[in-house]
Design a binder for this molecule. Structure first.
Ligand SMILES: Nc1nc2c(ncn2[C@@H]2O[C@H](COP(=O)(O)OP(=O)(O)OP(=O)(O)O)[C@@H](O)[C@H]2O)c(=O)[nH]1
Length: 456
């Protein structure tokens, strides 16, 4: 994963929080200090880090946790929200015909990103074409042409031509029929007057819908300065951060958005044409904080729920029976090996106290789920529908029937109760509606609200 080091440090900080007996000022201060260290090491701007730390402290101690939320989750949620504040929510990319101008300094990964972007649109079913207007760097024409040819992307260029504006003018005419017109402009070692003049002229004749600034993740805090300069020159509408796979300093580029108020659109995560992803703040920050890749998890949940007997309507009204839990365990089984599913889960869910899950833990949890199913197989339909009727005598009977101890039965009932409460809590916050909406649309919906209370 990209930004592993930052992710590990942030998760270390949150683990301290989740492991604390109670949340007080000392704990919050200590956790904030760890977060500060992690962000500064990854080169996020000092002022941003300080402002964010102050807000996390104030909000953690002043704001009331949402009803039913654990104080630890409350702080984790604040950290998550403040991280989104720093990195932004990400850009919306319309899947419709448009012109995109790419700008950036030499060596930032601009040419490579042009071809990756073309490929991205191509995979979405749109027809991209590229204009190579970088006539400054020797070899740029050939490099881009080869990349485009490999991807079957139409390329327009004029080797040896020195007038970049002329190339763009003629190129736009030639690629008129294409859906996505991407213009690669020249870079320099620094932003100089002639580069600005050229970008302005291309901007004026192409009138691009998007102006993407390509930033090398390794430039660290310089990212903010660069972003501001390019933004002043042509008005940046989105940022592409390249080489996030190869540096621990990506925090500088990731937080450059706050300098210019332009969202991060894409991130480059390797050298091949497919190492290119939309920047989705929910996904990215959830992963960094170890809150799990909620989106990916949800996609899996949606798929398996479609095929399961789960009564989603009822669950979303806060009614979650043992029968539902049985169906849910079956659905989880269909989602694939527990080890993979669990990696997507938020820290601290399933009562594991936020510990980094070892393979041994995961095996044990998988084993436990199997036991739960065996126990539920020994229950009557009435008990499965209404666990409240399970008295001490019934616990004994179920234990006998399933070959487990009464403590195992009580543990299962407690686990069920916890999940039921989490669902009730979520439904009470209007999460039910969001969940249904989300399931229809396949989007994130209100899951952010569920946070560490994910009842899976
Ligand atoms: N690991 C990794 N390498 C990348 C990524 N993006 C680009 N590169 C590499 O970075 C180097 C420079 O990229 P180019 O696309 O040639 O640079 P450029 O910004 O176009 O340079 P100019 O055309 O002079 O502006 C190449 O070796 C790319 O393969 C990325 O996301 N990850």
């Amino acid at each position: 994963m990209v930004m592993d080091k930052l992710g590990d440090s942030l998760q270390g900080a949150l683990r301290k929080l989740i492991g604390a007996n109670r949340i007080d000022e000392n704990v919050v201060n200590e956790v904030v200090k760890d977060i500060q260290r992690a962000l500064l090491t990854s080169d996020v701007n000092v002022k941003l880090v300080m402002d964010m730390s102050k807000r996390i402290k104030e909000r953690s101690l002043k704001e009331e946790p949402q009803k039913g939320a654990d104080p630890r989750e409350h702080v984790v949620r604040i950290v998550y929200q403040e991280m989104i504040g720093i990195m932004g929510k990400g850009a919306t990319i319309d899947l419709k015909p448009q012109t995109i101008m790419m700008v950036g300094l030499q060596g930032s990964g601009k040419t490579t990103s042009v071809s990756k972007l073309a490929r991205w649109f191509q995979k979405k079913g749109l027809k991209p074409a590229v204009i190579g207007a970088d006539n400054f760097r020797p070899g740029a024409y050939q490099q881009l042409k080869i990349l485009c040819d490999k991807l079957n992307v139409h390329f327009y260029g004029e080797e040896g031509e020195t007038d970049a504006v002329g190339i763009v003018k003629r190129g736009l005419k030639e690629i008129e029929k294409y859906d996505i017109k991407i213009i690669d402009t020249a870079g320099r070692h620094a932003l100089e007057a002639d580069l600005i003049a050229e970008m302005e002229a291309i901007n004026a004749i192409a009138n691009p819908d998007q102006k993407f600034l390509v930033l090398d993740a390794a430039i660290g805090q310089q990212a903010g300065v660069q972003a501001k300069a390019f933004n002043d020159a042509v008005g940046i509408t989105g940022i592409i951060i390249t080489k996030l796979d190869g540096t621990a300093k990506g925090g500088g580029a990731l937080s450059a958005v706050s300098e210019i108020n332009a969202p991060i659109a894409f991130i480059g995560t390797g050298e091949t044409p497919d190492d290119f992803e939309r920047f989705d703040a929910d996904r990215f920050i959830s992963r960094l904080l170890g809150m799990g890749d909620l989106q990916s998890l949800l996609e899996k949940v949606q798929e398996s729920m479609k095929e399961s007997d789960l009564n989603v309507e009822n669950i979303m009204k806060g009614r979650f029976t043992l029968n539902d839990m049985y169906a849910q365990l079956e659905a989880m089984n269909k989602m694939g090996p527990l080890k993979q599913v669990m990696k997507m889960l938020p820290l601290g869910s399933m009562g594991l106290g936020g510990a980094k899950l070892s393979d041994k833990d995961l095996d044990e949890t998988g084993q436990k789920m199997k036991v739960y199913k065996v126990i539920m197989d020994s229950m009557t339909e009435g008990e499965l529908n209404d666990p409240k009727i399970i008295s001490a005598a019934r616990i004994k009977r179920i234990a006998m029937g399933s070959g487990r101890s009464p403590d195992d039965i009580r543990e299962l009932l407690k686990y069920h109760k916890n999940m039921q409460n989490a669902f009730k809590n979520f439904a009470g916050k209007g999460g039910g509606r969001s969940m249904q909406k989300m399931m229809k649309k396949g989007g994130m919906g209100g899951m952010g609200d569920l946070g560490g209370n994910m009842p899976f």
